[in-house]
Design a protein around this ligand. Structure first.
Ligand code: F6P
Length: 459
């Protein structure tokens, strides 16, 4: 192989540049040219195919900094729809015209679904990323547990069987952790600790909403910030038990910190905060306020009397407050775990193309005897019987729904990822850069400006 392409699709993460960097460094060693395609699948669909040479003369361009969050190539939530056969057929000749012999898509479950139709015409592999940590499987035969049901909107959809496996072994997990997840948890854990001191001083109940869509890995990881209660989307809220636990904690410590995943449902299966469904360009429901919805439900249950009887002149409205960690958990410098494994997975993706693999993804595996190692998997193995790839959800054995905390196995899972996730250089960077005097006299230098100067288009 002489020349390959790479693109970053879907929501960005702190580790995208690290993945691209790993791919380019590996390509340098193999003397393969790498063209970076601008703005994910939107760039591939564009007849001008905007691109950047990432390693002229097999030397990585200086703008590609693995320590910088986001993607120097830009990302977009534009995906390829399998029904657009004419559009898909136009992509291959364009890639070939540029001399591209294989494509690395850096992305999550949306990207791998979008990559399917293209891989039927052109060699494509996926290097995983997503802060949601939902690309993968709890065990290899998990996709076979989906079955089809009528949906309330009409039509059929794949719905999970009520009963799956009761427990898992950690070394069965396919794609143990995705680059971006560790940094997101790092940010969330710090956020929880910071909000705690305000809740504690003002005797308040804090509800902190974190990302992750329908998967609860980020809330699970938030346990490093020691919230009192963690609510994950996989387990519908039992309001009676939650109310009881909050009252118990409030009486004991005079404040409560709750972390809620944005996709959490109530007992009837209604997604909190999704009363009016709106969708992003990729067709995902936009989550708009699980924390606010929960606040409303709790205020109704407790009423002002509960708080007034404990702290005079305090209403439910003033005691319960909500905060979203929001996009801070998706941005900024990646911590060492993400940088290291993102770069490894990027390099692995290059090797996979060279080895002739198509429609495969690079995976990060873990075994009790060997620790972390790289592998690859056919994308087909992630598909259910109707070809759909579902986001991985937190397995019931990782979460203790009685205590609203990670289970023993859940803690073991987290320790495997996080115990050595922060490097000395992460700490040193914080010390040197946070209040660097130079920041006061120089404007932020956007990589977009430098990349703009390097973009070429198909003639
Ligand atoms: O999939 C990653 C993610 O950060 C989700 O956790 C979140 O729901 C979504 O993206 C937010 O997307 P956007 O940045 O497009 O609002």
């Amino acid at each position: 192989m002489k020349r390959i392409g790479i693109l970053t699709a879907g929501g960005d993460t702190p580790a995208l540049n690290a993945t691209i960097y790993g791919a380019v460094e590996r390509a340098n060693a193999l003397r393969i040219e790498v063209l970076g395609i601008i703005r994910g699948f939107a760039g591939v669909i564009d007849a001008r195919l905007p691109h950047v040479r990432l390693n002229p003369l097999f030397s990585t361009i200086p703008e590609l900094d693995p320590c910088r969050g986001g993607s120097l190539l830009g990302a977009s939530r534009t995906y390829i729809d399998p029904s657009q056969t004419e559009l898909i057929a136009e992509i291959t000749p364009r890639l070939k015209q540029l001399g591209i012999e294989g494509l690395i898509c850096v992305g999550g479950d949306g990207t791998i679904n979008g990559m399917q139709p293209l891989s039927e015409l052109f060699p494509c592999v996926l290097a995983p990323k997503t802060i949601d940590n939902d690309l993968g499987l709890n065990y290899i035969d998990e996709p076979n547990e989906w079955h089809r049901e009528d949906t309330p909107m009409g039509g059929l959809d794949s719905t999970r069987r009520a009963v799956g496996r009761e427990t898992i072994e950690l070394d069965e997990i396919v794609n143990f952790a995705t680059p971006g997840y560790a940094t997101a948890v790092f940010v969330v854990a710090q956020g929880v600790e910071r909000i705690r001191s305000t809740a504690e001083s003002h005797r308040r109940i804090a509800i902190i909403e974190v990302m992750g869509r329908d998967s609860g890995f980020i809330p699970l990881g938030s346990s490093y910030g020691q919230p009192d209660i963690i609510l994950i989307p996989e387990v519908p809220i039992d309001m009676d038990r939650l109310e009881h636990r909050i009252a118990e904690l409030y009486d004991l410590q005079k404040h409560v910190v709750i972390v809620i995943g944005e996709g959490v449902c109530d007992g009837s299966g209604r997604q909190l905060g999704a009363a009016t469904k709106s969708f992003d360009p990729a067709g995902n429901v936009i989550f708009s306020g699980a924390a606010d919805d929960l606040k409303h439900l709790l205020a109704l249950r407790f009423g002002d009397e509960f708080f007034d009887s404990r702290r005079k002149h305090e209403s439910a409205e003033s005691v319960i407050f909500t905060r979203k960690v929001g996009h801070t958990q998706r941005g900024g410098r990646p911590i060492q775990f993400d940088r290291f494994y993102a770069a490894q997975l990027g390099g692995k993706a290059v090797d996979m193309l060279v080895d002739g693999q198509n429609n495969h993804l690079a995976t990060l595996q873990w075994s009790r005897t060997d620790g972390f190692y790289l592998d690859s998997l056919a994308a087909n193995k992630l598909r259910d019987l109707w070809k759909r790839i579902h986001p991985r959800r937190v397995h019931p054995s990782l979460y203790d729904a009685q205590r609203f905390q990670p289970s023993r196995l859940g803690k073991e899972y987290l320790m495997t990822i996080f115990t050595n996730a922060i490097g000395n250089d992460d700490v040193e960077e914080l010390r040197l850069q946070t209040f660097a005097p130079g920041k006061l006299s120089t404007r932020y230098q956007s990589v977009n400006i430098d990349i703009q100067r390097r973009i070429e288009i198909l003639k």
